[in-house]
Write a protein that binds this ligand. Structure first.
Ligand code: PLP
Length: 1001
């Protein structure tokens, strides 16, 4: 493009010298102006023939907005030197053009923003509302022109539907237009006002960096302003918010909630949004189809339709269902009359006919919640024998007992309850009914007059078996429904749709597990205030994140049982309250992960569940080495705690059995063990052993290492003593550089790097000698973990150990992170390094959650230690610890977890390396077995660490329900270190989510 002409006009008219470049624009030229005084502007060069009124309207609107809502991020209009808002000039072809200038806003287009968080969408909703509030008092004659984008005048598209060749697309559009015509009379009755009319995903700007929350930084282009019902504004914005969003309905609801917080929408407006939104997309695809007729070679036109079609092709949501969702998020009744129904039920509470010939007020409640219940044992699988015994674990229940409404439960295990491909995908867990457990064949009566709306036998496992839905009417003719599930389907012979059932009539009875879907006999009793969109297929449980909606559609049915609501309503532990109490009772440096912390109340293998039953894939924790809640460990704990849990002052076969099993994994010379309670305690004891044996004090260790939280352990942990506020380096400690061949002094292309890194020990030893401190030994995590999941070059420790031993020191291998099969090919890290340490430290994984630490050493060293005072640790080597430790070792062997670590580790590392090929931010992928690190960099050449990206990914992985850590001196290494039970599905989930997140950056 020839910018010279515009450059000279800018200089003459605005006094701005600048470099120009093109920005996109449908008809007008938008030119980016980078002035020599570093300010940026956009020069708007209108198409030839553009009316002055069109420009005048936009400029006046922007000025109006600036005065009435100065905080809204609209661009500021820059007047010419002579005070004009726009000028008329000739372009290179001699055509008259109108020119105006605005200040450039920061940010990128919303459409290009990767992660469209609900927070961002809510912000946009609020801004649109503020914009509408401000525009209400704006007036301009051009607002009243005919405009194809005016959504209250959109029927014109009907005449063009035939242009759409694809018959299924045509059918979709015809339905949208039909719905639109139905709502048109109601739309025309809504309050009209000037609206922006085109807050689409190209017209909103987002300002974001990895370490700040994204915010809306601009709203552009008032060219489609018109006089229309204000509800069209949010419907139009909504039409773009839903496109390609993972949760379009939730995104729309959030936009509307954000809007409604500023400017209240009434129920009529809320009801119109969904059909209007769909109509806006219909207008958009028909308009671009028309344009493509004029310009058939422009591929962009069809491409731009694709997101709209992807959305419109989805299974259509009932517009009343969507309206209900929008109503509920705005605190309105889900349908007209729903509030009257609730008032009626409340008023009549106590006078409904009893459902059972039994006083429900006196029967106990029993909780099946995630927090209270251990049912099912495996939260991903409910075998028939467990389904038929649900509730068996509840104490003090009698023949009749009731299960709660609003209770999150893990018994809903079938993939149909999941919304996504993974075991850790969103899962519907929260019960929307009250359950009344009672003997089979207990008779069920109708609490009030009703008409049979549904009478079916649903035979699937864990379905309802016999189910009846009754429709009821209040004296004001408001309709509501009750559902009776898990019935004996014998009623199918007697009851059909349309029958009336009088209040108090016995109309069905409970089925047993053979006919009721496989469950312990009970009645699932649910109330619904509407059925549009759920018809006969009511969800019995809801997604915890959508409960605001489901609680409004299916409220607590307690009133119909003549019970107070609070008796049947369950509330999980309030996480916020626990967080508050934690802050009250614990020190500030007891760190907690994630800005919005997770509260975890159950686990199973490599998954964990929060108090609402949301599942998480555990890719972080190495403590549950053989998996969370392993049944064999559970059994041992229950059994042993019923017998004795004593200490090593007395004999017990469990002590030696554990020792024998453990020592069988080590080189023969390591034949003595000391049991303690933690890795820290084990390292502390190791310090005493090396000193007892050598008579010296000095320790050489790796920089950035971690060995525990006790005084001695901190002294040898540079990660702690060198941290801000740390105790600093003791004079008896010498640090050597990490054997990090990615970022350290000697790189992977150096074949001698293992030797060179190893040689660094010499100067450390000399430093001790110079201070007249004798060398006691060398201690290191075999593969440094907090230092960034470092895999030392092969042979590194051989060289280090040689130097240390030559100088009279002992070699200690801290295998807390690397031992017990995690590395796949090797049971211990020292095997990979081809060395035999003098002392080995084991910690948390050996107890699988029970506090155990072990020091393993030779007879010779143990003997030196025995010259000192007696050794005793009250809980170290307790009966229970020994049983658990041995069981963990056996489980690793019997479940072939080392082999699994090897296979899954390879799969993970392969997948990560493929991601590395596609994303330059992944500087290095390293690991062995299930000890893996992803080193994130700002620049592959310089290898500069990118901690912000690492923190972003860690938090976004949590949004995807994957828990991961970050490590490294600069905290830029993603740490992947799951329980050894992780399976292919888990690895696929990690890789797939990581890829998605990398793509959104
Ligand atoms: C390598 C290493 N050593 C020792 C410890 C300390 O173990 P504990 O927290 O059980 O005292 C840890 C803990 O993370 C560790 O990673």
């Amino acid at each position: 493009m020839n910018f010279a002409i515009w450059q000279s006009i800018l200089e003459q008219q605005w006094g701005i010298k600048a470099k120009l470049s093109s920005l996109d624009g449908e008809f007008d030229l938008n030119i980016l102006v980078k002035s020599t005084n570093t300010k940026n502007y956009v020069l708007k060069v209108m198409r030839s023939g553009c009316l002055q009124d069109f420009v005048d309207m936009q400029i006046k609107a922007l000025n109006h907005l600036k005065v009435s809502e100065p905080e809204l991020p609209f661009p500021e209009v820059v007047a010419t030197l002579s005070g004009q808002k726009f000028v008329e000039c000739k372009d290179e072809f001699g055509k008259i053009r109108l020119l105006w200038l605005i200040k450039k806003l920061p940010g990128h287009k919303y459409v290009d923003h990767g992660y469209k968080s609900l927070n961002l969408i809510s912000q946009l909703g609020g801004m649109i509302a503020k914009c509408d509030a401000a525009l209400k008092s704006f007036e301009h004659k051009f607002l009243h022109r005919d405009l194809k984008w005016n959504l209250s005048e959109a029927s014109w598209v009907e005449g063009h539907v035939d242009l759409i060749e694809d018959s299924s697309h045509k059918c979709i559009l015809e339905n949208i237009i039909k719905d639109y015509k139905n709502i048109l009379p109601m739309l025309k009755k809504q309050p009209f006002q000037p609206i922006h009319g085109d807050v689409n995903d190209h017209n909103a700007l987002v300002n974001a960096s990895l370490n700040t929350k994204a915010s809306i930084s601009g709203i552009l282009d008032l060219g489609d302003m018109c006089f229309a019902p204000r509800v069209c504004e949010v419907a139009i914005a909504g039409a773009y918010i839903v496109l390609d969003h993972e949760k379009p309905e939730a995104a729309l609801a959030t936009l509307i909630e954000g809007y409604n917080c500023i400017l209240r929408l009434d129920t009529r407006e809320l009801d119109l949004i969904w059909p209007l939104l769909r109509m806006r997309l219909a207008v958009s695809v028909i308009n671009s189809t028309l344009m493509s007729k004029d310009d058939p070679d422009d591929p962009y036109i069809t491409v731009s339709q694709e997101p709209a079609w992807r959305f419109l092709e989805r299974k259509v949501k009932h517009s009343k269902f969507m309206a209900a969702r929008l109503r509920s998020i705005c605190g309105k009744p889900v349908v007209d009359g729903a509030d009257r129904v609730l008032a009626y039920l409340n008023e009549k509470r106590g006078s409904f006919f009893p459902i059972f010939d039994y006083d429900l007020a006196s029967i106990p409640m029993g909780s099946l919640s995630v927090e209270n219940s251990l049912w099912p044992k495996n939260p991903f699988f409910l075998p028939p024998e467990e389904a038929a015994r649900v509730g068996e674990e509840i104490e003090h229940k009698d023949a009749f007992w009731m299960g709660y409404y609003n209770e999150p439960r893990l018994i809903y295990v079938e993939p149909a309850f999941r919304n996504g491909p993974w075991k850790a995908s969103d899962r519907r867990t929260v019960h929307l009914a009250v359950d009344i457990f009672a003997p089979t064949s207990t008779r069920v009566h109708s609490p009030l007059d009703g008409r049979v709306a549904v009478a079916e036998n649903r035979v699937g496992y864990l379905d309802y078996g016999g189910v009846i839905i009754l429709e009821h009417k209040t004296p004001d003719d408001d309709i509501f429904y009750t559902l009776y599930g898990h019935l004996n389907p014998e009623f199918m012979e007697r009851i059909k749709v349309g029958d009336t059932i009088d209040a108090g009539t016995f109309f069905c009875h409970l089925g047993d597990e053979k006919v009721n879907g496989g469950w312990a006999p009970h009645l699932h009793f649910q109330l619904a205030l509407m059925t549009e969109g759920i018809e006969a297929d009511w969800p019995g449980v809801g997604d915890p994140d959508e409960m605001y909606f489901w609680r409004s559609v299916c409220p607590n049915p307690a009133a119909l049982l003549n019970l107070p609501d609070k008796m049947t309503h369950y509330s999980p532990t309030n996480k916020r309250e626990i967080l508050r109490e934690r802050q009250e009772h614990f020190g500030r440096n007891l760190s907690i992960t994630y800005e919005n912390p997770v509260m975890l109340v159950r686990g199973w293998k490599h998954h964990m569940f929060d108090e609402w039953g949301r599942p998480y894939l555990d890719a972080y924790n190495n403590v549950p080495h053989v998996g969370h809640a392993h049944p064999r460990i559970q059994r041992i704990v229950t059994n042993q705690m019923g017998r004795i849990n004593s200490n090593t002052r007395y004999l017990h076969p469990a002590q030696t059995a554990f020792a024998k099993k453990l020592l069988s994994k080590f080189p023969l010379k390591l034949d003595k063990c000391f049991f303690v309670n933690s890795g820290s305690e084990a390292n502390e004891l190791a310090l005493r052993l090396v000193r007892a044996h050598t008579g010296s004090k000095g320790i050489v260790t790796l920089n950035h290492g971690y060995h525990g939280n006790t005084t001695g352990a901190v002294d040898i942990s540079a990660y702690k003593f060198n941290a801000g506020g740390g105790v600093g380096q003791a004079n008896w400690v010498e640090l050597i550089e990490l054997p990090d061949d990615y970022r350290g002094e000697f790189k992977r292309n150096d074949p001698k790097r293992a030797e060179k890194f190893g040689n660094l020990v010499d100067s450390a030893i000399s430093n001790l000698t110079a201070k007249q401190i004798g060398l006691a030994g060398f201690i290191a995590e075999t593969f440094p973990s907090v230092a960034g999941q470092i895999i030392p070059p092969e042979g590194y420790l051989q060289n280090v150990y040689k130097h240390i031993r030559n100088a009279g020191g002992l070699c200690v291998a801290d295998e807390v992170q690397t031992g017990l099969g995690r590395l796949g090919k090797f049971y211990f890290g020292f095997e990979q390094q081809g060395v035999e340490p003098d002392i080995v430290i084991l910690g948390k994984p050996i107890g699988n959650g029970h506090p155990i630490g072990v020091v393993i050493t030779s007879s010779e060293i143990a003997e030196s230690f025995a010259q000192g005072p007696e050794f005793f640790s009250t809980f170290g080597g307790s009966t229970l610890s020994c049983l658990i430790g041995k069981e963990v070792l056996e489980i690793i062997d019997e479940e072939k977890l080392q082999n699994n670590a090897s296979l899954m580790g390879k799969k993970l590392l392969n997948g990560l390396s493929k991601l590395q090929d596609n994303f330059s931010q992944i500087g290095d992928v390293r690991g062995l077995g299930l000890f893996c690190g992803v080193d994130l960099v700002k620049n592959r050449e310089t290898r500069e660490e990118d901690p912000d990206l690492c923190s972003y990914i860690k938090n976004r992985m949590r949004d995807h329900r994957i828990l991961m850590g970050s490590e490294g001196p600069k905290d830029n290494v993603l740490k992947i270190r799951p329980p050894l039970t992780i399976d292919e599905e888990g690895i696929d989930m990690i890789l797939s989510c990581l890829q998605k997140i990398m793509q959104e950056i």
